[in-house]
Write a protein that binds this ligand. Structure first.
Ligand code: HCR
Length: 393
């Protein structure tokens, strides 16, 4: 049963990949992985998961009170998790290793206006290659709702429990290896702005959950969310979301419990519990969110209309190789892109003209984060950010 999801010819390279993971130092994306685990999609496409239910994003603006809006923000946020963390399993059979974006890589998309919900626009730019950091901005100008954020990851490898290690010596390798997992701490945050009828803007700080990647030994990685994350509003309403997976013996995958607390209070006015990839209810049994129905994938321009730096254009030959199983072509095309990038960086250094980001500006401290983080517990008191601005020309 060992590593049963790994194709015959790739077991050795999967073993080497796991060994590399065990001595993980830094960048997971630049590690060489066997073809079966490669995704043809670049990480710059991932921010689209934030808006695959655009009607929930738009509906935040229809909230009549700060409490109503805080609940709508929570409902939209919880409803994004299924796409963010289980969609590769649904589409490709397991979690996959995304393409590692190049510096300045761009991804744009839209969700059309429909039933007066307004059009939603997505702008993504890879703001750093090493470490990989992705900046994103999602707006629904008609409704006055906008989300600005950035995301990086810190990854560590757990080699298994002590019991596991003892078992390794006297029993079989499987028992031991079963407990190995990757822990991915998401670095970064998002700020959601909601324009109110009086022209003022209500802000929400959104922090990101930690991930545990299990199933690695079997070659069938999948994600569970762990610890807690926060949504803190400038109105004073705060949601604390706790994530749990299947226990050692029982329990269900993808559980969450959210406590929604009014300004200045320490006791929750609402408790929402359920499974983030399915449904949840409040403490009176009233249904809260339901993501069992279809979602809307982002619409993207045809390849012919895309700029050289736009994700799907840039990676098209690599993606085709991965999709058609022509891994030699995929690897050749990937090397071409990487060499071209190395040369660009050398030329820039020689000319003293570093790469200029097009859509985002880095700031060392995000004032909105610094203000709203005071409503949260056990997270850094300040963070940097990437501020979106549309190019003028
Ligand atoms: C960790 C991960 C890359 C980062 C992906 C992030 C955190 C990116 C931001 C999105 O909003 C949410 C998101 C979802 C993904 O679950 C997460 C990826 C899962 C795997 C991937 C690793 C770099 C690849 C590991 C390689 C093998 C073991 C699968």
């Amino acid at each position: 049963a060992e590593a049963e999801a790994v194709p015959q010819g790739q077991k050795q390279s999967w073993g080497q990949f796991i060994k590399q993971l065990a001595s993980l130092s830094g960048d997971l994306y630049s590690m060489t992985a066997p073809p079966f685990i490669l995704s043809p999609v670049s990480l710059t496409e991932y921010p689209s998961y934030w808006c695959e239910r655009p009607e929930l994003f738009a509906a935040i603006a229809d909230g009549k009170t700060p409490e109503d809006r805080a609940l709508r923000v929570l409902k939209w946020f919880i409803s994004t998790l299924k796409g963010q963390y289980t969609s590769r399993n649904e589409k490709m059979g397991s979690e996959k290793k995304p393409l590692n974006p190049v510096l300045g890589e761009l991804f744009f998309g839209t969700w059309p206006d429909y039933n007066s919900r307004g059009q939603t626009n997505l702008y993504v730019e890879q703001v750093s290659h090493h470490p990989p950091i992705t900046g994103y901005y999602i707006e629904n100008p008609t409704k006055g709702v906008a989300l600005q954020g950035h995301c990086a990851q810190k990854t560590s490898f757990s080699a298994g429990s002590i019991i596991g290690k003892i078992t390794l010596r006297w029993l079989d390798r499987l028992t031991f290896s079963n407990t190995r997992h990757l822990t991915v701490k998401q670095v970064g945050h998002a700020i959601l702005g909601v324009k109110l009828p009086d022209g003022t803007v209500e802000d929400y700080l959104i922090t990101l959950p930690s991930l545990r990647i299990d199933g690695i030994f079997y070659g069938a990685p999948y994600i569970e969310l762990t610890n807690t994350s926060w949504i803190a509003s400038s109105s004073g309403w705060v949601s604390n979301i706790e994530y749990k997976g299947k226990g050692w013996v029982s329990g269900k995958s993808h559980q969450f419990k959210a406590l929604v607390t009014p300004p200045g209070s320490s006791s929750a006015a609402h408790t929402i519990e359920g499974l983030w990839h399915e449904t949840s209810k409040d403490s009176r049994g009233v249904p809260f969110h339901d993501v069992r129905g279809p979602k809307e994938e982002v619409s993207v321009k045809d390849l012919g209309e895309q700029d050289d730096m736009e994700t799907r254009n840039l990676w098209q030959h690599v993606a085709k190789g991965i999709r058609t199983g022509d891994f030699e072509a995929a690897s050749r095309e990937k090397t071409k892109i990487e060499n071209e990038q190395r040369q660009r960086r050398k030329d820039e250094t020689a000319a003293g003209t570093p790469w200029q980001l097009k859509y985002f500006t880095h700031i060392g401290e995000d004032p909105k984060y610094t203000k709203l983080v005071k409503l949260c517990k056990d997270i850094p008191s300040q963070e940097d950010a990437y501020i979106f601005q549309k190019p003028t020309a």
